[in-house]
Ligand binder design. Sequence first.
Ligand SMILES: C[S@@+](CC[C@H](N)C(=O)[O-])C[C@H]1O[C@@H](n2cnc3c(N)ncnc32)[C@H](O)[C@@H]1O
Length: 344
Amino acid sequence: MHEQVQHYYGQVLRGTADLQTDACCTAAAPPAWVREAIANVQPEVQARYYGCGLVVPQRLEGMHILDLGCGAGRDCYVLSQLVGPRGSVTGVDMTAEQLEVAQRHRAWHADRFGYANVAFHHGYIEQLEQLNLPEAGFDIIVSNCVINLVADKAAVLREAWRLLKPGGELYFSDVYSDRRLPAALAADPVLHGECLGGALYWNDFLTLARAVGFADPRLVEDRPLTIGNETLAAKVGNARFHSATCRLFKLEGLEPACEDYGQAVRYRGTLPHHPDRFVLDKHHRIETGRLFPVCGNTWRMLHDTRFAAHFDFFGDGDIHYGLFPGCGASLPFDGDNEAATGCC
Ligand SMILES: C[S@@+](CC[C@H](N)C(=O)[O-])C[C@H]1O[C@@H](n2cnc3c(N)ncnc32)[C@H](O)[C@@H]1O
């Protein structure tokens, strides 16, 4: 499996234009301030970008970031500018040709940015213990269109949990399918190389993330993928694929469901580039200045992380009011029986 993927990204693909589907492409235009950072990245590095989403969470200044499957380093060099000289970015990839491009342009970027804060390592992201990276040493781990390519996905998530600081997050984009794929599809070298064959069924991903300790995975954004190549489309049949950006917080004790403790937050609008709202995920677009009721888990994702200073917090969480309304879950009991005459 490793050799097949290394061959695809090292020998077969020479640039974004060689891709046969839009799985390893980022569709939506990033915001202007990210576009500016991308424009500062060396052209050869940009040409070998194969990501499927935008892995740029909020509040990056001074952060220490690890990029799993960094490829030729585009995201590393974008993030290098956003974390600034007090932060750092470490990229890991197993394909020598990709890393060679990333390494060759380190000095070019250091010159342009005025500081050097990027390092690259050759290795497997499911065996990060071999690289001597600092345990609980990273504020944020990103990954862009890589985990689908790895056979042992649980090991990648376990390593991410080990290397994140408490309160840190794995913020990553990847490809997911709407069903478990037949073995023949998963083994097809082109489908696999194009980030489709190894895609996890979305519900299996949620189960896996929770089993590793990331108890409340959050979906930030997603888009359906199209397969322009007729032969590949015929092979996948009815299976559908999405690119999705998720955030998984390393917070011990998150609950399995959204529970209501009568709490609320108010975003101060103080994060650079995010004056109007803070988007935690698809269901939490928190407008500046507005009181926003939250479940216990969301409270902790804002209160016990690098975001705390940018919010006001209301409620002490002492009283539990049941399941948080509107989160998709409900109790199985029949409707409100207050008016009914009951036994016992
Ligand atoms: C679709 S490309 C994405 C590269 C980069 N993240 C980007 O956005 O341009 C996938 C990358 O993952 C790397 N990769 C796949 N499996 C890996 C593994 N087990 N360990 C390390 N790198 C891996 C490949 O070498 C390739 O560079």
